[in-house]
Structure formats: structure tokens, C-alpha cells
Design a protein around this ligand. Structure first.
Ligand SMILES: [Fe+2]
Ligand SMILES: [Fe+2]
Length: 379
């Protein structure tokens, strides 16, 4: 793990790192003739063609494409076991026990998983197609598809890019969006309390690893609850990533892509944050996993602060934005753009999503993130 995290450390000399990263990625990023300046190529309605993406815009889209491939990979795992398996999202045959536990949180849970999965597949497919249509290299992570995934009945047993079985979750977004006094962009050191402190201390599976995880009842419900907390945790990341990156897009069309995909991540986050609340309210909460002690509190019960924890307060609370001298505003937060791609990669790594991945994977991803973070807006 130390090596992995070292691999994500942003070097002091960003310029040399980016250069090294571009070289390491080889043909994937070295296409100088293709990356002509955007100039006045932007126009409404028409698809821009080869040569119209500058280096920075291509890097922003490539990082987004990689993130979407990874998102799609774990959503497919959820869909195989707890979603709706059909021609739109094929693979797997469902785990009736796991699906039933998810449906305890919302009767439409399986449909929402399916539709979220479908969205992610279209996100990376579109981004890669747009890169190709504009003469840039798409992102391909297939060489890193090496993780075994769930062996439970219902799983396709396919190799995976991501690991849903050793998650460590920071659920502080719960109180970040309920705080009227703090915004991480203005208070980077403020510690927002997590909704489920236990998920931060240990490694927990969000899917049945084998059929042995289907019992006892409280254990498989705790696994479903972990999924219900993981889903908004990851989607709030996308909710911040897109507006953060959009601030450095040069082409209006690339800006349009980023600000059009980003809000769908917000729709995912909002939906899942409501489902997470159902795991943290009566009749399901409180719940303790008898196998490992993981505790899901009832956030509507004392001593939890009502303003900060009540489960139906899912609309974002207005908070300080840009400057405390301005009135509070209901906004996505954080949206600081500096270093957002590397921060996203670290966030995903810290949650255990890549446990088992190779150093080559982390190097590849860090190179994409460094290139995206080096993008500057060219007007
Ligand atoms: Fe997405
Ligand atoms: Fe998403």
C-alpha cells in the first residue's frame, strides 16, 4: 500500500512529472500534430473534427473517460448482483437475497442500479468516441482487468478493474452538504463528521463475496447498507469533479460536455443520498453486523444533531461560497479546480476501490491525473 500511495504523490516538479507521464503513456498521449490549439474552432451545433482539441482539453476528457470506465466497472458489479440484468446492462443473473436487502431501502433500488450503470457506460463510451472523433487517443484500461470480483451466485465471475469488497468509506459528505457554515473550499481543514463512523475504520464489502455472505440476515443487510452508503459517496465525487475540471476547459464544446455530464452525477448522488438515509432510519436502523461489529446508527435519534444528521434533509444547505463577505448560496462543494484529478484518484484509492491493482495501473492513472491537472484554460 505504501508503494501505491507513493505512486500517487504529486511530485514537486509538476512539469517534469507531466512530461514523464506523457512519455510513459506513449502513443496514448503523444500526438502533438493532433493537439493543435483550439483557436476559433468552437462552434455551436457542429461536431468538432480532428485537430480541434488542445492538449489540456484532451487531458481533461481522458481523465474523465478513465474515471467513467472505473465507475462503470463497479456499477456493473452492483447490477449483476442487485440490479436488473437485461440487454442494456447484461451480465450476471442477480442475487435474490442481496437484491431483497437493497429493496428494503427502496422498492426501486434494482432499477436505479440498472439505470445508473447504463449512464456510466454511456459516459465513457461517449467520451472515448469524442476523443477519437477529434483525433485524440481514447482511454483503454482493459490491460488492468485482473481482479477476481465476487464469487457469489449471480455474479458473472468476470475479471474486474475495481474492488467492492474491501471498502473504507468517508461518509462526511453527509454533513458537508448539511452545513450552513463550512465549505471545504473555504475551510480545507474543517473536519465534517461522517454519517457512519464505522465505515471509516476497517474494510467492508458492499456486495456478497460468496454465498456465505448471504447469512445471517443482519450481515447481508449490513452489506446492502454499505452499498447504499458507497453509492452516494462515489457519486458526490463525480458531482464535484466535473464542475472543478470545467473551469479549465478551453473549447466551449468540451466545456459543454463537462457541464452536461456533471449534473447527471449530481442526479445520481441526490438519489443515492436519499436511499442512504433509509439505511440510517427506522425500521432498519440501528443495525450491527454480527460478523464484524459494523454499526449503522439511527441518525434521527438522539444524540445526533438534527440540522446536521436528520435523514430527510437531503437538499443542499446554503453555505459560504467564494467569499464569506458574500451571502450564503446553495452550491456543489468542493469545486476548487487545482489538483482535482489527482485528488479524485487519491479519494478513490483511499476508499479501497483499487485494492489488488498493479503498480502499473496506479502509474497509468496518476499520469492521466497529472496531465488533467496541468490543463490550463486557453482563451
Ligand atoms: Fe459517470
Ligand atoms: Fe456516476
Amino acid at each position: 500500500m505504501t508503494d501505491i500511495l507513493n505512486g500517487l504523490t504529486v511530485p514537486l516538479n509538476r512539469r517534469s512529472f507531466v512530461k514523464k507521464g506523457l512519455m510513459a503513456a506513449g502513443a496514448a498521449t503523444m500526438a502533438p500534430a493532433v493537439f493543435a490549439e483550439a483557436g476559433s474552432q468552437e462552434r455551436s451545433g457542429a461536431l468538432t473534427r480532428s485537430g480541434s482539441l488542445n492538449t489540456g482539453d484532451a487531458a481533461l476528457l481522458r481523465f474523465a473517460a478513465a474515471a467513467e470506465i472505473l465507475e462503470a466497472d463497479f456499477w456493473i458489479q452492483y447490477n449483476e448482483l442487485g440490479g436488473v440484468q437485461d440487454s442494456e446492462v447484461p451480465g450476471g443473473s442477480g442475487s435474490p437475497v442481496y437484491t431483497a436487502k437493497l429493496k428494503n431501502l427502496d422498492g426501486d433500488f434494482d432499477q436505479y442500479i440498472h439505470d445508473n450503470t447504463d449512464d456510466e457506460i454511456t459516459h465513457f463510451t461517449f467520451l472515448n468516441a469524442y476523443l477519437v472523433a477529434n483525433g485524440a487517443q481514447p482511454v483503454d484500461l482493459e490491460q488492468f482487468r485482473t481482479l477476481p470480483g465476487s464469487q457469489a451466485t449471480g455474479s458473472s465471475g468476470s475479471l474486474r478493474l475495481t474492488n467492492l469488497m474491501q471498502l473504507t468509506l468517508d461518509t462526511s459528505w453527509w454533513t458537508r452538504y448539511r452545513s450552513s457554515t463550512h465549505n471545504p473550499d473555504l475551510d480545507p481543514n474543517f473536519k465534517f463528521p461522517p454519517a457512519v463512523p464505522g465505515l471509516r475504520n476497517g474494510q467492508f464489502t458492499a456486495i456478497p463475496r460468496t454465498d456465505a455472505d448471504l447469512t445471517p440476515d443482519a450481515h447481508i443487510q449490513a452489506i446492502a447498507n454499505t452499498a447504499a452508503l458507497h453509492m452516494p459517496t462515489i457519486e458526490q465525487g463525480g458531482n464535484s469533479l466535473y464542475p472543478s475540471m470545467a473551469q479549465r476547459a478551453s473549447s466551449v464544446e468540451v466545456l459543454r460536455i463537462l457541464i452536461s455530464i456533471g449534473p447527471t452525477e449530481t442526479m445520481h448522488f441526490q438519489t443515492w443520498s436519499d436511499k442512504a438515509g433509509n439505511a440510517l432510519n427506522t425500521p432498519l436502523a440501528p443495525l450491527t453486523d454480527p460478523t464484524n461489529g459494523l454499526f449503522f446508527p439511527n441518525l434521527n435519534a438522539p444524540p445526533n444533531d438534527k440540522e446536521i444528521f436528520t435523514t430527510n434533509l437531503i437538499m443542499p444547505e446554503p453555505c459560504p461560497f467564494l467569499s464569506r463577505s458574500l451571502p450564503a448560496c446553495s452550491v456543489i462543494r468542493p469545486t476548487e479546480t487545482t489538483g482535482v484529478a489527482m485528488g479524485t484518484l487519491r479519494f478513490l484509492t483511499d476508499m479501497g476501490l483499487f485494492i489488488g491493482q498493479s503498480q502499473a495501473f496506479f502509474t497509468f492513472m496518476a499520469d492521466l491525473a497529472a496531465a488533467a491537472d496541468a490543463a490550463t484554460r486557453q482563451c
